[in-house]
Design a protein around this ligand. Structure first.
Ligand SMILES: Nc1nc2c(c(=O)[nH]1)N[C@H]1C(S)=C(S)[C@@H](COP(=O)(O)OP(=O)(O)OC[C@H]3O[C@@H](n4cnc5c(=O)[nH]c(N)nc54)[C@H](O)[C@@H]3O)O[C@H]1N2
Ligand SMILES: Nc1nc2c(c(=O)[nH]1)N[C@H]1C(S)=C(S)[C@@H](COP(=O)(O)OP(=O)(O)OC[C@H]3O[C@@H](n4cnc5c(=O)[nH]c(N)nc54)[C@H](O)[C@@H]3O)O[C@H]1N2
Ligand code: SF4
Ligand SMILES: [Mo]
Length: 727
């Protein structure tokens, strides 16, 4: 391919190695975010000395961001946990122990809890990085399944359960999400996402900026966001008040209805419930939507008309609309707009990706309610919301969580319930964590078990495959052997299960997660993609270490094969939506609360609550509360002032930065700061744990999806004093 310089490729191929630890250039891919960029890990003397972009990767074609190479800093970080640690005193006081000693004790104590109180006394909190490692996410879920525990707490309630519940409603499958067909799209509306920084959520396109530039050149990219983000700055920005998207989207739908813009042929042939939805939205007051959102009524109407009339248009949304008070409804409206406007399943529109696996779809369905002493807790795609975790540990009664498994998560900085975690974690009978570091959360654990970094593991980009506008697959071997005594989660949980007398945790004899993926690939529909006379498999992929483009179209007309509703029609009405509408009607009858609204920010060099130890990532970071000049002057606040941010639950002190990049009436601060773990450089960084403001329990989450109310949280901001020098 012309895009790759043969000068670059030839010597690299000559040094290519796929044997862990062997000297040479190891093609691998980044597993820090959903872009899964191709990288080359150069190994010399058994050590990764350099991580560079893989220009021969046909998907990312040389794109990486600053975080990718920092995985080497993490892998060789002197603060990394490399041996099992056992707690001997106060939180954070550990000694190193051998694996056998740790596993014997854990197995015996976990068995005693299981025998006494049953499987639901054992819970896991599964965090974001775990989702990028097949071994990790399957290892933990297989272990819980073997126990029979339903307590799978995850970070999903901080970013996506409302999205998944909406998918369950419309498609009958919680993990089915439609993606914008970027290469063929000419008009993209981005709502509540900042892909130039996040590199995409539920959308895997490592060259997203190039894709968006090309769409803007062909047509329009409109970014609706309370902040003039990096993405909004580059394209067209429509500022919106936080937590008001439900109003905007209802107004857009109502414009489609009133102006008879809907694709009624498509609706009649493929959709149920749309008449009920239309009846409910007919006459929706667009002027009231304008007042709530801050977007003029005519602008809403014009944007809707332009969108519907554009031939190849899609509405894409992400985290920014997933954590409001009515975020299930907002996500449902997004799909409803794509469907009603005739953009779903169309070239250049909003479509399903490809599914290269022959089995496994049945695992993705899921919606349920966990009836417990805490109330009815929604469980979306098997995920229990983090907002009830501390209560589940602290409230006495049947089903109480007594043992906790924390894998690749740091809820004390990333979840609600911050101020109760210390008490809750200390109240556990057993608390184990698999992590790379001692963190704010697992410093309360009985054992911290050393996990492996992705340079030390083989894998495939499983999470991303169905979200790729340009479908791609890669199998990467480990670049190096595991450092110290680090282990895969699959091995850790297999060993614990064995000591509990439970046998293998694998659903198929002794098969490991990648073995089952291999079988699923072989059974899948991707035969002969390479012109090879065999099905796709890990063996085939291993022969192409930079990965291969799957030269297959996205799921356009074929979408019906991937939905699971009773009648195999798209569903635009459902009892869940009816009750969310009722709740929203009540809210609309009350005037909007006064005061400021807090929303979140992601930064290029930061990843949720971690990667704050490598100096090259943190040295230019300085978390600050963004506040508009109007709101700042009304409170006598100047840039650099210490300010107090108070919600009805708690208050924190942070530094202010006055800027017109945020919409008046709102303030913005990144999460994941305020460190106090074993990552010594992170501990030295400025910043507060903003999630203290979120509160805890059922009342801080959306009742339908369990998603935490994060964006649009009412707060008051007051000046404490000028910046304290040196702080
Ligand atoms: N206010 C606010 N809160 C938010 C958000 C927000 O925008 N605003 N965003 C939310 C989102 S989108 C998410 S996904 C959650 C994230 O929150 P969590 O899921 O709790 O994840 P992280 O904070 O990223 O913590 C990840 C932990 O995994 C460890 N780790 C890293 N790599 C590995 C590995 O390979 N193996 C193992 N075993 N451990 C590893 C890290 O050391 C760290 O301790 O936070 C959410 N919280
Ligand atoms: N550099 C970096 N990349 C990351 C991460 C990271 O921490 N750092 N985290 C990864 C994770 S776990 C995830 S889930 C993805 C998320 O990927 P994205 O969803 O693209 O990430 P965000 O930057 O949180 O984008 C959310 C946008 O919504 C806006 N917003 C906030 N409230 C509202 C609202 O009420 N309405 C509207 N319309 N917009 C709103 C915010 O200003 C922000 O620009 O990113 C991933 N990539
Ligand atoms: S964009 Fe994401 S996948 Fe690519 S290098 Fe950066 S962190 Fe890694
Ligand atoms: Mo996330």
């Amino acid at each position: 391919m012309a895009a790759f310089s043969p000068d670059v490729k030839a010597p690299a191929e000559a040094r290519l190695s796929v044997t862990p630890g062997e000297d040479g250039d190891h093609p691998t891919f980044c597993r820090l975010c959903e872009a899964f960029c191709g990288m080359i890990a150069t190994v010399e003397g058994g050590v990764v000395t350099k991580v560079t972009p893989d220009r021969a990767n046909p998907h990312s074609r040389g794109h990486i961001c600053v975080k990718g190479p920092a995985i080497a800093d993490i892998t060789y970080d002197p603060d990394r946990v490399l041996r099992p640690l056992k707690r001997i005193g106060a939180p954070g006081e550990f000694v190193q122990v051998g694996w056998d000693e740790a596993l014997d004790d854990i197995g015996q104590r976990m068995k005693a809890i299981l025998d006494a109180d049953g499987p639901d006394a054992i819970a896991a909190y599964f965090g974001n990085p775990g989702a990028f490692s097949t071994d990790t996410f399957m290892g933990v879920q297989w272990f819980l399944a073997r126990l029979g525990s339903r307590k799978f707490y995850t970070a999903g309630s901080q970013d996506s359960t409302s999205r998944h519940l909406a998918s369950y409603v419309t498609y009958g499958v919680a993990f089915r999400n439609s993606i914008p067909d970027l290469p063929n799209n000419d008009f993209l509306i981005i709502l509540g996402a900042n892909p130039l920084v996040s590199h995409g959520g539920l959308l895997t396109a490592p060259r997203l900026r190039h894709d968006l530039d090309a769409i803007a050149a062909r047509g329009r990219v409109v970014v609706i966001d309370p902040r003039r983000t990096e993405t909004a700055e580059r394209y067209e920005h429509v500022p919106i008040q936080p937590d008001s998207d439900t109003w905007l989207l209802a107004a857009m739908l109502s414009t489609i209805i009133e102006e008879r813009l809907a694709d009624e042929d498509f609706l009649r042939a493929n959709v149920t419930g749309w008449e009920t939805l239309f009846a409910r939205l007919r006459g929706f007051p667009i002027d009231a939507a304008a007042a709530r959102t801050g977007i003029a009524a005519d602008d809403i109407r014009n944007l809707t008309r332009d969108f519907v009339r554009a031939d190849r248009a899609a509405l894409y949304s992400r985290v920014g609309i997933c954590r409001g008070r009515f975020s299930t409804l907002a996500n449902f409206f997004v799909d409803a707009i794509n469907i009603a406007a005739g953009k779903f399943g169309r070239v250049g529109g909003s479509v399903f990706g490809v599914f290269p696996f022959g089995v496994g779809a049945e695992l993705l369905q899921g919606y349920g309610i966990l009836e417990s002493r805490l109330g009815n807790v929604p469980v979306i795609g098997g995920m229990v919301p983090a907002g009830v975790l501390t209560s589940d540990i602290l409230e006495p009664g049947k089903g109480r969580t007594r043992a906790m498994i924390l894998v690749a998560g740091n809820p004390m900085l990333s979840a609600p319930g911050v101020d109760r975690y210390a008490e809750a974690f200390e109240a556990l009978d057993l608390f184990i964590s698999c992590d790379l570091y001692v963190t704010e959360s697992n410093r309360h654990a009985d054992y911290v078990l050393p996990a492996a970094t992705f340079l030390e593991k083989p894998d495939m980009p499983v999470l991303g495959i169905s979200h790729m506008p340009l479908p791609f697959l890669q199998y990467s071997a480990a670049a190096i052997e595991k450092r110290g005594e680090a282990r895969d989660e699959m091995d850790i949980f297999s060993a614990i299960a064995a000591r509990m007398g439970l046998g293998s945790i694998s659903p198929v004899a002794e098969a490991r997660p990648l073995d089952l993926l291999d079988q699923a690939l072989r059974a899948g529909p991707m035969r002969h993609v390479l012109g090879e006379a065999e099905a796709l498999s890990i063996e085939v992929l291993a022969r192409h270490p930079h990965g291969i483009m799957l030269d297959v179209p996205l799921t356009y007309e074929g979408w019906r094969a991937h939905i699971e509703t009773e009648d195999n029609q798209l569903r635009l009405w459902h009892p869940i939506i009816a009750s969310e509408f009722d709740r929203w009607d009540q809210e609309r009858a009350t005037p909007a609360a006064s005061g400021l609204r807090l929303f979140s920010q992601r930064k290029l060099k930061s990843l949720n609550s971690w990667m704050h130890n490598p100096e090259k990532l943190v040295r230019s970071q300085s978390p600050a509360l963004l506040i508009h000049p109007k709101d700042a002057s009304a409170r006598n606040i100047a840039s650099g002032d210490q300010v107090s941010v108070a919600s009805k639950h708690a208050s924190v002190e942070v530094r202010a930065l006055v800027t017109d990049t945020v919409i008046p009436g709102s303030v913005c601060y990144p999460h994941g700061w305020g460190h106090n773990g074993g990552w010594l450089n992170a501990n030295r960084q400025e910043g507060a744990n903003i999630n203290r403001l979120l509160g805890d329990g059922l009342e801080v989450m959306e009742p339908a999806s369990g998603v935490t109310f994060i964006d649009g949280l009412p707060v008051e901001v007051t000046r404490c004093g000028p910046e304290i020098p040196g702080v």
